[in-house]
Ligand binder design. Sequence first.
Ligand code: PBG
Length: 344
Amino acid sequence: MSSEFSESREKKDGSFIRTRRTRSSESIRNLVRENRLHPENFVYPFFVVEGEGVKEEIQSMPGQFQMSVDNLLEGCREVIECKIPAVILFGIPNSKDDEATEAYSEKGIIQIAIKAIKEKFPDLCVITDVCLCEYMNHGHCGVVEGNRIVNDSTLELLSKTALSHVVAGADMVAPSDMMDGRIGHIREILDSNGFNETPIMSYASKYASAFYGPFRVAAESAPAFGDRSTYQMDPANSREAIREVAIDIQEGADIILVKPALPYLDVLSKVRSKFDIPVAAYNVSGEYAMLVAAMKSGWLDPEKAFMESLVSIRRAGADFIITYFAKDASRRLLGDFETPLSWM
Ligand code: PBG
């Protein structure tokens, strides 16, 4: 026992520290595992379109679909079978304008979808993305004047939209627009209409990210001019994320979201350690597309790569994850290795 290696690990009594002992069998590894995935940690996103019988694969997101309400209900049944407790809905209206009328219309696609789901599956938690970009003819998340995205008049439309979702039966609203003051504004409107028990999940630290590219194809919501960098955050910043989260908590957010997830795990970890309210992460479309491309082509193990990326998001501190992988991951976690992965 005279090599430098063993001396450095030798304790006074001559025994050795060996970290491999707790890795020596599967049962011991299971015992000491620090983080776990569970279907109950997932939220599954849906893209809802008007019409009937529509189920169209999104070219930039293999295995994900634009669906009409009838197929959405079938999709929700699958989600429930997978033991996933919640879905988040994105609407793609037939007509768009410069006031996002369809976002808060009583007969809007999302409002219809919420009612249909809650009627059939009352226990499934329905979260709605509250944003205007899918409903605006210019594709921006707010009201446009000239080439500016105007903050305060946008708040009125966002609050109207959030209220219409809750009136239709949504269990939770998730504003993703990144306008200043929207959490407080929405909270006030919900409370004054008797919905003081409906939680708000704020996309509090949402970056101006290239990783939303495939989503914008799916949601038909790419901005017609410029980009979103006057409202979404600069990818180079992390202190600013803490500030955004603190402000949203002060305004009344019940859950806060970090988005994207994988390229921003440092931000997620900081937010987790700084605040005690539930923290979620959005494993966005580009993270999905990137992994699926590599898994489909055989460059990454299709059974392992996505599970590892999901557990890394939990390890960084997310209480739950919004992810397009939710159904596939849940099936594997529940012991179903027969059902083919949805993108393969
Ligand atoms: C709406 C919204 C976007 C995403 C969620 N809500 C797109 C954007 O901000 O451009 C992205 C989700 C994803 O990429 O999976 N504003």
